[in-house]
Design a protein around this ligand. Structure first.
Ligand code: NAD
Length: 309
């Protein structure tokens, strides 16, 4: 199949591109490399370095005529969204609309949208199910939720199928130290540089960490899924931030003392996604062991550091 991946030079996007190519799809990437890296891109993929809002993305659709679009390109930094909501809106909302117009004009059959647990806001219960109220508490959450509505209206107007995937905190190789849920890569970076990691608040806040390969598999499952639908992509489990640091320091074989700083305003105490709907309807379940995935991720960053010396 001919596949277009927006954000394919980024953390999750580039892992998805690798998997799509492995199973024989012809992959095109649109990415402006604002946080992505050219070195992440599989040599068999064709990169168009351009902004999602650019008129030239029409030419990409004209040249490549994708059957399916995986939309991952986004401004992913929650802090930046608060500092600069207009930029966040421009990329995440208007960028998605520009993409949807091309999907309509060039006969795309399906769009798979990477959304986020941030659309729920402060959880009223855990694990969060898909029918939990969506009341974002950051502009980022608003700018990830709004495209969900556009995609649904678009789908009903023009008969384009969609699958919306709301991820919990994704971790794994190629993650930046910034962005959403990057605490695993931040801690690993500190550990391998023998720095002390900072924990905001008590560290007892819990998060649902999902390995990037499981997120990639959810995207692949979305290709086969025939109904328009929205799914949580998480593990149904959570671990505290201090628990995560303990586990990583044990794996790394180094005892590390965190520095504790005042909790950040609006920080959510507990967050965990219920993945039962994805298990039953999308026929997807996370299959990677958490500890082994942390080991693989740590190994990746150690290798990367060695290569850069
Ligand atoms: N990482 C997580 O924990 C997580 C959790 C929930 C949802 N998500 C969603 O998954 C998607 C991928 O996130 P990620 O963690 O891989 O982030 P990332 O920053 O690594 O990837 C985003 C990619 O989009 C590109 N991009 C940004 N703005 C662009 C623009 N205007 N035009 C073209 N390209 C642009 C960047 O260069 C980058 O390659 C995002 O939509 C994000 O909201 C991520």
């Amino acid at each position: 199949m001919k596949v277009l991946v927006t954000g394919g030079a980024g953390f999750i996007g580039s892992n998805l591109v690798d998997a799509l190519i492995n199973i024989g799809h012809k992959v095109t990437v649109i990415d402006n490399l604002s946080t992505g890296d050219k070195r992440n891109i599989n040599p068999e993929a064709c990169l168009y370095q351009m902004d999602l809002n650019s008129k030239s993305i029409e030419d990409v659709f004209e040249n490549t005529k994708p059957d399916i679009v995986f939309h991952l390109a986004a401004q992913v930094n929650v802090g930046k969204s608060i500092e600069c909501p207009l930029l966040d809106e421009e990329i995440n909302i208007r960028g998605t609309l520009n993409l949807l117009n091309c999907c309509r004009n060039f006969g795309v059959k399906k769009i798979v949208y990477s959304s986020s647990a941030a659309v729920y806001g402060k959880p009223q219960f855990n694990p969060i199910t898909e029918d939990h109220i969506t009341e974002p508490i950051s502009y980022y959450g608003v700018s990830k939720l709004t495209p969900e509505y556009y995609i649904k209206v678009f789908s009903s107007l023009y008969n384009i199928s969609y699958v919306i995937l709301r991820y919990s905190n994704v971790f794994g190789p190629r993650q930046n130290h910034e962005g959403e849920g990057g605490v695993v890569s931040i801690f690993i970076n500190k550990l391998i540089n023998k720095d002390r990691p900072v924990i905001y608040g008590s560290g007892l806040q819990t998060r649902d960490f999902i390995f990037v390969k499981d997120v990639v598999n959810a995207n692949l499952a979305a290709i086969e899924h025939e109904e328009n639908d929205t799914f949580n992509i998480g593990t149904n489990e959570s671990i505290s931030v201090v628990g995560l640091l303990d586990l990583l320091s044990n794996i790394h074989g180094q005892n590390v003392q965190a520095m504790f700083e005042t909790g950040r305003e609006g920080d959510i105490m507990h967050s965990c996604l219920d993945n039962n709907k994805a298990k039953s309807k999308l026929k997807w379940a996370p299959s990677h062991d958490f500890e082994q995935s942390l080991k693989d991720t740590l190994h990746y960053y150690i290798e990367k550091k060695l290569q850069s010396v």
